[in-house]
Design a protein around this ligand. Structure first.
Ligand code: PLP
Ligand code: COI
Length: 365
């Protein structure tokens, strides 16, 4: 559907960008998701015209009719990816075509039009180029790109909308967690599940995150950084965190990660870690792992490490797991050796410091 396009982006530079000194101050220690750049990308879709009105324009508020259907039925999807400054001063994206494809799959699941991969990639590349000065120079910094699309038709009937708006905004970011890459604690949600078989768990739609927030606030109340969800049917199998996939490292050096059965997000970091681990000859099983097994393995020492991974969180060790049945600690509660090694390898490739043997790094300029 809609895979070919000749649509070109019109570029309107921001006539009053944030002054350089102010920009430098904002990106010095940006945290996550609070500092935004001068521009945004935008493409419209309608049933009559298909994809049209592609623009890079000054970032500004969007006006919405109160009957815009996204505000009622939540037809919305998004992506998350980063532009990195490499060791040699150039700028690159990491596997951006994977985000383009996942965006198409999310669109399909939510009965939305599929943005051609070429338009997705051009929107990202052009926005990164025009806002290149917003990429933080501090270690670990990146330009977080947030493509998203929502139903903009003014209509209250319940059916797939006939009009959509696709936008990309960019945010200068540092580490997702305040503690940087230190081990996090996670709370096992008893009361809530994130996704059910046949549901939208594998799509990156805003509704999944809305549904996860009450469980995430419980995690925070329990003093944890993140919530971990169990499967909806048996409430037994570990699925993923609110915004990250999970890996378990065993004492025989093998690894386990929950399989992609439609209820968890197929993370691009997850896929990259699987590849890097297999490159090293590590046996990785994509198979269900039960919460009771996790506890038993942590207590017996069979489980050495657990880590979470995702674009925002990179590779983050899990030190403590809390649940209504009590807490358990993984290894010594800090960063395990393999977690550290895989993190270093991944970040090394993303930053152009290690060989990119899989052709993952797309240099822009
Ligand atoms: N799982 C969820 C629910 C997420 O929101 C994310 C982040 O995008 C991930 C996993 C990791 O995906 P990726 O590695 O593609 O960023
Ligand atoms: C990402 O890693 O890009 C996400 O979308 C996760 C979110 C928690 C920021």
């Amino acid at each position: 559907m809609d895979t070919e396009t000749t649509l070109q982006f019109e570029v309107e530079a921001n006539a009053s960008p944030v002054p350089a000194s102010e920009r430098e101050a904002r990106i010095a220690d940006p945290g996550f998701g609070r500092v935004f750049t001068d521009h945004m990308a935008m493409v419209r879709w309608s049933r009559d015209k298909g994809w049209h009105a592609a623009k890079i324009a000054p970032r500004k508020a969007i006006e919405m009719d109160p009957a815009s259907s996204v505000l009622h039925y939540a037809q919305e999807i998004f992506e998350g990816m980063k532009a990195y400054r490499l060791a040699d001063g150039s700028t690159a994206l990491f596997r951006p075509e994977q985000n383009a494809r996942r965006f198409q799959k999310s669109a399909e699941r939510m009965a939305m039009p599929q943005l051609p991969e070429k338009l997705f990639l051009e929107s990202i590349e052009k926005l990164t180029e025009i806002d290149r000065d917003w990429i933080p120079t501090a270690e670990g910094g990146a330009l977080y790109l947030r493509p998203f699309m929502f139903a903009s038709e003014v209509f209250l009937g319940v059916r797939p909308a006939h009009e959509y708006l696709y936008l990309v905004i960019a945010s200068s970011v540092g580490a997702y967690f305040q503690g940087g890459a230190k081990a996090i604690s996670i709370w096992v949600s008893d009361d809530y599940t994130r996704a059910a078989p046949g549901g939208t768990g594998a799509a990156k739609c805003g509704g999944n995150y809305a549904a996860s927030l009450v469980a995430q606030s419980q995690a925070i109340e329990k003093g944890c950084d993140q919530v971990v969800f169990l499967d909806a049917a048996e409430h037994r199998w570990v699925e993923e965190l609110g915004g990250m996939n999970l890996f378990f490292v065993m004492d025989d050096g093998s690894m386990v990660t929950p399989p992609l059965k439609g209820t968890i997000l197929p993370g691009i970091t997850r896929d990259s870690i699987l590849t890097l681990a297999r490159d090293e000859g590590i046996a990785v099983r994509e198979e269900p792992y039960a919460i009771d097994q996790w506890r038993a393995d942590a207590e017996s020492g069979r489980l050495r490490e657990t880590f979470a991974c995702g674009t925002a969180a990179v590779v983050t060790p899990v030190g403590t797991v809390r649940s209504s049945k009590g807490d358990f600690t993984i290894g010594a509660g800090g960063t395990g050796q393999l977690t550290q090694r895989l993190r270093d390898r991944l970040v090394g490739i993303q930053r152009g410091e290690h060989d990119d043997t899989h052709g993952w790094v797309k240099r822009l300029f």
